[in-house]
Design a protein around this ligand. Structure first.
Ligand code: SF4
Ligand code: SF4
Length: 572
């Protein structure tokens, strides 16, 4: 008996025709779903295109295939996903090979390769990877259902107990795991019934199916009954598989498409550089106020979120009780995007959200946005490359543009505007810490230096921090280090280094008042090979420790970081 098998063994012609009709329907629904997603993303502000496509493709392939981002901070979950990913990929490839053999190689080319050694190797490979898929699913089910780490719970810091509104997400998570498990299980049963029916010796190359098939026969399953069970199982498995394919663009499985695309489109400078506002921008073009203001790249990223909760667990705001979770922010925006631009829009149904609806208010609360400390932990840890911080900053920009700020926060910003620092100290006092030194500190405006040291607000004005600043200055005085400071600039200063050889200093001085686009001052180019910053507004954690968790200065500092980017104050 030649080692091979017939895909449609026992099926009549009309059943085969019906099967192909189902394939067409499933593929059409999948294609429509993908098209719908692309149309949704295209409704965002700006273009969908990216630079350096080949470099991005290579990088994405490396990240996705090695799971280097997914396994960070949770290697067990990473291993579970790895098994699911490769299990699914190999089973899918096996189905494609089968389709190629049945629909093209054999009928068109007369090439029947699906036999003998190829068939044995194919059977073994698919059996092993099918088992890997089931083991990976078991790991994920254990984590979600039994271990239940903090990151996988849908508790929200910005809603009262029981108001998280995440029940559908829980159902979606388990349905996704369940359908994959069902596909794996029915696939193995299908194979076992087929082997139990004919019992050929070469099927030992499908070790799992062979063992279960033998067990069935040992339990008294006869060839005829096994054939009937195989027929039923064939349709159950086949229809479930086609249903799953059709559902990919509409369910949690969408991350199979959106996540690699999100990794590919990720901006490597996310959160480190805030795009300038065009000088002629109208108020409703400053920042994001509606879902249509988000660029296509961010709309795509919203769909890429797998709800892994890593950002939620890493966020210091979430962990300190502030009403912010980067995961929930992304999911809230995703709900608005889907409600306004998603399937209901395509089906001409009443949308759940208007595309021009204000997203800052009930959906994303202002206090949620002001709670962000700009630490970038969420961006760094996200396995699918979502850029939370730039999105938060653009939403804040709209709030600042509208003048909707906490009154204490407003006061601090006024103070920065008037005195150039968040302490409200006179500008001339900024360089006072240098008086205690027995040497002069270079003024970068007058003399070139190898390193530019921005001495920020805390480092300049806080008496305890001044001691640290002075000590660092003495250490830096080593003959091999040639540095200068920006101290004489005497204003709160943000930096953005575009190359190692030039850094732009955007001072609040000369900018319009805070609510009037305070971040658009024209840059001053300062020659320096590299930049070091200390304590401009200090880190949020340090600031909170000194001034209390709700200090307006600390929150203003975080706001400023969002205005010019985390690198600006050295805490990023
Ligand atoms: S940048 Fe903001 S949202 Fe992200 S982890 Fe830090 S505090 Fe949380
Ligand atoms: S935003 Fe990223 S890190 Fe956060 S839950 Fe979604 S996929 Fe996970």
């Amino acid at each position: 008996m030649t080692p091979t098998r017939s895909t449609f063994a026992g099926l009549s012609t009309w059943e085969i025709v019906f099967w192909y009709c189902l394939i067409v329907i499933s593929t059409a629904i999948f294609a429509w779903g993908v098209l719908r997603l692309i149309l949704k993303y295209r409704r965002g502000r700006g273009s969908l295109s990216v630079d350096q496509p080949l470099r991005r493709l290579r990088r994405t392939a490396a990240i996705v295939l090695t799971h280097s981002w997914i396994k960070r901070r949770d290697p067990v979950a990473g291993a579970g996903h790895f098994l699911i990913f490769y299990g699914f990929l190999v089973l899918f490839a096996g189905t494609v090979i089968l389709g190629f053999q049945d629909d093209f190689a054999k009928p068109v080319l007369g090439w029947d390769f699906f036999r003998n050694e190829f068939y044995k190797g194919y059977s073994l490979f698919l059996d092993v990877f099918g088992a890997a898929l089931v083991v990976g699913l078991a790991i994920m089910a254990y984590k979600r259902g039994i271990q239940r780490p903090f990151r996988l719970r849908y508790w929200r810091p910005d809603r009262a107990e029981g108001e998280d509104g995440r029940r559908l997400y829980v159902i979606g998570d388990w349905t996704f795991l369940g359908i994959l498990f069902f596909l794996g299980l029915t696939g193995f049963l299908l194979e076992s019934f087929r082997i139990a029916e004919t019992n050929p010796s070469f099927e030992v190359w499908s070790p799992l199916g062979w063992s279960v098939g033998k067990a069935f026969r040992g339990l008294g399953l006869t060839g005829g009954t096994a054939a009937d069970a195989h027929f039923v199982q064939w349709w159950v498995h086949g229809v479930a598989a086609l249903g799953f394919v059709a559902s990919i663009p509409f369910t949690k499985a969408v991350h199979m498409l959106a996540s690699p695309a999100s990794v590919a489109s990720r901006d490597d400078r996310a959160g480190r550089e805030l795009p300038a506002i065009p000088p002629d921008a109208k108020p409703d073009e400053v920042g994001y106020g509606t879902i249509l203001d988000l660029p296509p790249r961010y709309l795509l990223q919203l769909d890429a979120c797998t709800k892994c909760g890593k950002c939620h667990a890493a966020c210091p705001a979430t962990n300190s009780g502030y009403p912010l979770s980067p995961r929930d922010l992304i999911l809230d925006l995703r709900e608005v995007a889907e409600g306004a631009l998603g399937i209901r829009h395509e089906l001409r149904l009443e949308p759940l959200h208007g595309p021009k609806e204000n997203i800052i208010g009930d959906t994303i609360r202002p206090e949620t946005l002001w709670s962000c400390m700009q630490c970038m932990a969420c961006v760094e840890i996200c396995p699918v490359g979502i850029e939370h911080v730039p999105i938060i900053n653009q939403l804040r920009r709209r709030l600042v543009e509208r003048g909707e700020m906490d009154s204490m926060l407003q006061q601090t910003l006024e103070s920065i505007y008037e005195s150039g620092n968040s302490f409200g100290e006179a500008r001339r006092k900024r360089a006072r810490w240098t008086r205690e030194l027995d040497f002069d500190v270079k003024d970068i405006r007058n003399e070139p230096a190898e390193i530019l040291w921005f001495v920020g607000d805390y480092a300049s004005f806080d008496p305890r921090n001044q001691l640290v600043t002075q000590t660092l200055a003495r250490l830096l005085r080593h003959p091999s280090t040639r540095y200068g400071t920006s101290t004489p600039l005497s204003a709160w200063t943000g930096t953005s280094c575009t190359t190692r050889n030039s850094c732009s200093s955007s001072s609040m001085t000369g900018a319009s008042r805070p609510r009037r686009r305070s971040t658009t001052a024209s840059p001053t180019t300062i020659p320096a090979r590299s930049v070091a910053t200390t304590g401009s507004t200090t880190s949020h954690a340090e600031c909170s420790r000194r001034s209390g968790p709700n200090s307006s200065r600390c929150r203003a500092a975080a706001t400023i970081r969002s205005a010019v980017g985390p690198a600006a104050d050295g805490s990023g």
